[in-house]
Design a protein around this ligand. Structure first.
Ligand code: ADP
Ligand code: F6P
Length: 318
């Protein structure tokens, strides 16, 4: 079999690679590491992995196999080339660790006859069929660390802060960090208050005697953080306003215990299912269980954020 990491890197990918490699070796299956995702597959950039190749990586962020985005693999010709490379090395199954785009690539491999099991890894938590993807918990903790620090300085200066977090089109990181970091306002792609309402809420926080106001805005929100800053600067909120874009700091760092455990469980489970001839699936977390989800569902259905979290945020931010 072969394993690759694809799409945006996520903390815990290394723990998943380690689990996949060691589980395969445990069952006496040769395992190739494909470097740089589908780009590496097309270049035949793959090598057999030993248990020592995955020593000392459990706790590291990023991915030792590196990752890439690749347009050629989206074409039928690219996929045929990929199949040829796999055949050249006698590879009979692939484990793809990555986000929803990467899982669409996995489905393309299935369609041309290669059994695939996907492992959801993306800080965005936008993949259907799993309550958590690998990397989300670590990213959330990184955001909270930044938010706590920003609050210290905001309070000291009586300032408002606008903080942009990642998530592509998904507001999960923004909403959860808003709730857990005690933000006054949360702006997500799914639910964005009008800028006028943001101004009202932040101005209201000032009037009620708060020493700071924090707005967390998802990068995929309908308006950009700079637009919002300009809009708010033209209102008299009481607070001076500063802006922070957390950017790629959210992608790095050592995985938390939660992410290491999730990656480890998913890695072992994915190999065991592939060995049992269970494929065309992604492994997902459902309650306390790791369960199979059809790749078709994982890549076509929308993961929704529970309305309850929005309700909670509304109650607690006042
Ligand atoms: P993520 O996996 O983090 O969502 P992307 O959406 O960028 O990241 O997808 C990663 C890679 O997966 C793409 O660069 C491409 O190589 C592959 N991929 C995405 N969609 C498809 C598709 N429909 N068919 C084949 N490969 C795809
Ligand atoms: O999917 C993970 C993610 O970090 C998104 O949150 C973000 O929109 C995107 O990747 C950034 O991609 P890049 O690393 O290519 O700038």
């Amino acid at each position: 079999i072969a394993v690759m990491t694809s799409g945006g890197d996520a903390p815990g990918m290394n723990a998943a690679i380690r689990a996949v490699v060691r589980t395969a070796l445990h069952y006496k299956i040769d395992v190739y590491g494909i470097r740089q995702a589908y780009a590496g597959l097309l270049n035949g950039d793959m090598h057999l992995m030993t248990s020592r190749d995955v020593s000392g990586i459990l706790q590291k962020g990023g991915t030792i196999l590196q990752t890439a985005r690749n347009e050629e693999f989206k074409t039928a010709q690219g996929q045929r080339k990929g199949l040829r490379r796999l055949n050249e090395n006698g590879i009979e199954g692939v484990i793809v660790i990555g986000g929803d785009g990467s899982l669409r690539g996995a489905m393309a491999l299935e369609r041309i006859g290669i059994p695939v099991v996907g492992i959801p890894a993306s800080i965005d938590n936008d993949i259907f069929g799993t309550s958590m993807s690998i990397g989300v918990d670590t990213a959330l903790n990184t955001i909270l660390d930044a938010l706590d620090r920003l609050r210290d300085t905001a309070t000291s200066h009586n300032r408002a802060f606008l903080i942009e977090v990642m998530g592509r089109n998904c507001g999960y990181l923004a909403l959860m960090s808003g709730i857990l970091g005690g933000a006054e306002v949360v702006i997500t792609p799914e639910k964005a208050p009008a800028m006028e309402d943001v101004a009202m809420q932040m101005g209201d926080a000032y009037i009620r005697g708060k020493s700071h106001a924090i707005a967390v805005i998802a990068e995929g929100a309908p308006y950009k953080i700079n637009e919002l800053l300009e809009f708010l600067n033209n209102k008299n909120l009481g607070f001076e306003i500063r802006l922070t874009i957390l950017g790629h700091t959210q992608r790095g760092g050592n995985p938390t215990a939660f992410d290491r455990l999730l990656a480890t469980r998913m890695g072992v489970n994915a190999v065991e299912r592939l060995c049992d001839n269970e494929h065309n699936i992604m492994v997902g977390l459902n309650g306390r269980e790791i369960v199979p989800i059809a790749l078709e569902d994982a890549t076509t259905k929308e993961r929704e954020i529970s309305a309850d979290y929005y309700r909670m945020e509304h109650i607690l931010s006042r």
